[in-house]
Ligand binder design. Structure first.
Ligand code: ZN
Ligand code: ZN
Length: 110
């Protein structure tokens, strides 16, 4: 057994992307690994739950059109991540893990 971690239920890592390619443009060049729910507490939980995607440098943080610099892109990715997570573990587990409902769109509190 691995250490129990901070998660209340046993959560195995999800594999969100079948292919190693940018989530936005599907390129396979210059890929960065991105934690969907980044930030102090959430980064670790993102890694533990597999809430990670491949992004090309441009769509990661090397342009204004990237998840780290564009609020709409970030939210879009987070909503998708939440949806994928909830398909497997349900809404309650998502809320207990990340404490925020990104589906509501009010993402200003980070
Ligand atoms: Zn890209
Ligand atoms: Zn990132």
């Amino acid at each position: 057994m691995r250490s129990a971690s901070s998660l209340s239920k046993t959560i195995t890592k999800l594999n969100l992307q079948k292919n190693k390619e940018c989530w936005f443009c599907h390129t396979t060049n210059n890929l960065h690994h991105h934690e969907i729910f980044f930030g102090t507490a959430n980064r670790k939980k993102s890694i533990e739950t597999g809430m990670q995607v491949w992004l090309c440098g441009t769509h990661h943080n090397m342009s204004g059109h990237s998840v780290h610099h564009n609020h709409d892109m970030d939210l879009k990715l987070k909503q998708w991540g939440q949806m994928e997570f909830e398909k497997v573990y349900g809404h309650e587990t998502f809320m207990n893990t990340f404490h925020k409902n990104y589906m509501k769109g009010d993402d200003n509190g980070i």
